[in-house]
Design a protein around this ligand. Sequence first.
Ligand code: UT7
Length: 331
Amino acid sequence: MKRARIAGVGHYVPERVVTNFDLEKLMDTSDEWIRERTGIVERRWVEEGETVSGLGQKAATMALERAGIDVSDIECIVFATMASDHEFPGAGCFLQEKLEIPGIPALDVRNQCSGFLYGLSVADMFIRTETYRNVLLVGAEIQSTGLDLTTRGRDMAVLFGDGAGAVVLVASDEPERGVLTTHLHADGKYTKKLWGQYPSVTHHPRVAPEMLEGDGIYPKMEGRYVFKHAVTRFPEVIHEALKATGYSIDDVDLVVPHQANQRITEAVAQRLGIGMDKMFSNIHKYGNTTAATIPICLSEARAEGRIKDGDLVALAAFGSGFTWASALVRW
Ligand code: UT7
């Protein structure tokens, strides 16, 4: 059976650095609070005119270069994001136009912080079933333009950043290399624990001036509630992937978790019984970039030599939905 091997990984973050001290000027918050509660020191926010597909294009270009694959050989785009450039169509189509590869499918995956791993499982299945040989998987987000940058929205506003990561997946005949397993979950009972209410098709009309008067257009989260679920689901879904493949946590060279909060990453390491040296983290630089966090981490980990050829890497995510997911990848 074919395996999906990660042939190249790339990332791009906007140039504009927004520090915790910059946020102190916008709302009642402090560098100390943000660092202690989240581990975030700074994040990247786009300038006016930058697009989700544009961030994705830059990440994809790096991934293709590193893979040594020409863009014309890509047979399918899978784009994980919460945010397209416009209400519709999906970001995958905007990216496809930029990459100038018309005709191939462009599939958007909308599973928030778990989006990249949901996308990875779809790409993996396309390759395993020999539907496509070369798939471009992108995770990209612009969160900054949708945040409430006043004290009212400070619990969410300090967490999120913009960025993109991409992987090029290619069909391989090596049975023990590539995406070994993926595991997806959701529980819609928790949809309103972390969500965005407006715009909404249930409202007539779906976009109305009164929406701007309240805070319904901004993302909402019951932070402590989400935190408790996250620290349980991350280790659980990693163990599920290990069990499915017969590996133990000691076999894993690096765990790359979705970057939601450094305290979550530390709690997950503790529950897995591994040291922080085996957990990849870059949240201090970028905050939470939703579907982009895992591919940005993979790109940096690879460039820093933290992921070497032959390494076994565990990926895990948790987020709005609730959705959660894992994958085991042999590099
Ligand atoms: O990626 C998707 C999944 N997301 C997550 O997994 C995030 C999970 N949740 C979290 O990471 C944490 O719950 C937060 C970082 C969001 C919040 O940390 P917390 O330790 O749970 O704080 P809290 O919400 O319990 O708030 C503690 C206090 C409150 O004040 P009072 O009620 O104690 O007076 C908040 O109003 O901190 C206040 N607060 C802030 N203060 C300064 C909330 N946000 C801020 C802020 N700056 N930005």
